[in-house]
Design a protein. Structure first.
Length: 436
């Protein structure tokens, strides 16, 4: 399994949250307005459909003396009717009336073959038509027809009434309504961005103030704890020196345990202070160009004693020279964290390899171990503060779960990235990439 911590600048949590809030507020406002527009449009369509279908239905069902009433559309537009046809089952015209008689053949093509089951309604779009009538050119503009069909019984069998209304006017209203809604949406989008930005800034003020106070308290507390811890450690050393010959074995073990716990607390305080300063943006990195190869050899040598206690083979694979740009002290801290974890979670007689990849585009520090590995579910969270994969084992090893969180800050400050490849029982490989 491979997991990557992407490179880039440190993300400002408050700016990121403010942008997310602005985005959320903006789209909520736009969503409500869009829903309102859709509801109004649907309501308009439903009302228009009901009005026009009822009108067509009354026209198709109109009778006089038991006979169908054929409206005269040539001399008058009866309630907006466009045509009225009665066709038999073979499609032959039994009766007809057209608002524009010259277009009857085109209109009949729209209804022939349509055998309704009860009252049925359809929308049909008629494109613009040009017809030569002798020396006169007839031009019929495109229009939208709402056509209804109704089956009736005649002496010769089943016939069908087809009636159509010109609803282009309603279509134009709907189209203009939609254009108005779109314009309003654009205007509201601009207004919503400004309003949402203002709202999100106000929402972040108490959170930012509380976070700043928390970080300040953490930094102050960490700073103040360093002195008493140092005094306690020195006092225990003095007790050991003055009572070296008389101190009992049990008391000596208690003092050793106390020194170990004080050391663990000192490291934790130091890590907390660094993270608090990093969050506040007050950690300074002294970037310079230097040859990392001899320094990396020294850093690895510092862990040979710890590795020998567990019979772990510590190997290096380094080029002759590699000039990089970075903060030597912070890179040293990064390597120490990775080596400490590798040795800590590698069983006795295991292997830990440290290497450098002198790629001209991006150089890499590689730390590979044959340890217990990291499960796929835990890998995305190992750089979180206080997160420990095996909490019981980490507590025994003296780990507070802050090492990799600090390593993450160092990598981000160097605009680098980390690629982790790990499998439970097969070991882990941390590959830290830096721009050349």
């Amino acid at each position: 399994m491979k997991w990557t911590l992407k490179k880039g600048k440190k993300r400002d949590l408050f700016q990121y949250t403010q942008r997310k809030l602005t985005f959320t507020y903006t789209w909520l406002i736009i969503l409500f307005l869009a829903l309102f527009s859709v509801i109004v449009s649907v309501f308009f369509i439903i009302m228009t459909y009901q009005e026009q279908s009822n009108s067509l239905r009354s026209t198709m069902h109109a009778t006089e003396g038991g006979s169908v009433v054929i409206p005269d559309l040539e001399t008058s537009r009866n309630d907006g009717l466009y045509f009225f046809y009665v066709l038999d089952s073979r499609g032959q015209v039994l009766a007809q009336s057209d608002a524009i008689p010259q277009l009857s053949e085109d209109n009949l093509k729209k209804v022939r073959g349509w055998q309704p089951d009860g009252d049925e309604f359809r929308l049909r779009w008629l494109p613009e038509i040009y017809k030569q009538q002798g020396s006169v050119m007839l031009i019929a503009q495109d229009r939208l027809l709402f056509i209804g069909a109704h089956a009736i019984m005649t002496a010769d069998g089943i016939a069908t009434i087809y009636a159509a209304k010109d609803v282009t006017y309603y279509w134009d209203i709907l189209r203009k309504l939609l254009i108005v809604f779109i314009c309003i949406l654009v205007l509201f989008l601009l207004a919503a961005v400004k309003l949402s930005s203002s709202m999100s800034k106000k929402a972040m003020i108490p959170i930012q103030r509380t976070f700043s106070q928390q970080q300040q308290f953490l930094a102050d507390a960490s700073h103040e704890l360093r002195t008493p811890l140092s005094i306690m450690n020195t006092s225990l050393e003095v007790i050991e020196l003055e009572n070296e010959d008389t101190i009992k074995p049990y008391s000596k073990q208690v003092v050793a345990d106390m020194k170990e716990e004080i050391g663990r607390m000192s490291r934790m305080v130091q890590h907390l202070l660094l993270l608090a300063r990093s969050d506040a943006g007050s950690v300074e990195f002294e970037m310079s160009a230097f040859d990392i190869v001899p320094k990396l050899r020294q850093w690895v040598v510092a862990f040979e004693g710890v590795a020998q206690k567990k019979a772990i083979t510590l190997r290096t694979m380094l080029p002759d020279t590699l000039v990089v740009k970075g903060d030597p002290e912070r890179l040293k801290q990064l390597v120490y964290i990775l080596l400490d974890n590798a040795i800590k979670y590698t069983p006795d007689e295991g292997k830990v390899d440290v290497g450098l990849d002198p790629n001209p585009k991006q150089w890499r520090i590689i730390v590979r171990d044959s340890g217990i590995g990291i499960s796929e579910a835990d890998q995305p969270r190992i750089f979180d503060r206080f997160y420990r994969v095996e909490k019981h084992r980490s507590r025994e090893e003296g780990s507070a779960g802050l090492g990799l969180a600090i390593a993450k800050q160092i990598v981000i400050a160097h605009r680098g990235s980390v690629v982790l490849e790990s499998k439970p029982g097969k070991g882990s490989t941390f590959s830290v990439k830096f721009p050349a």
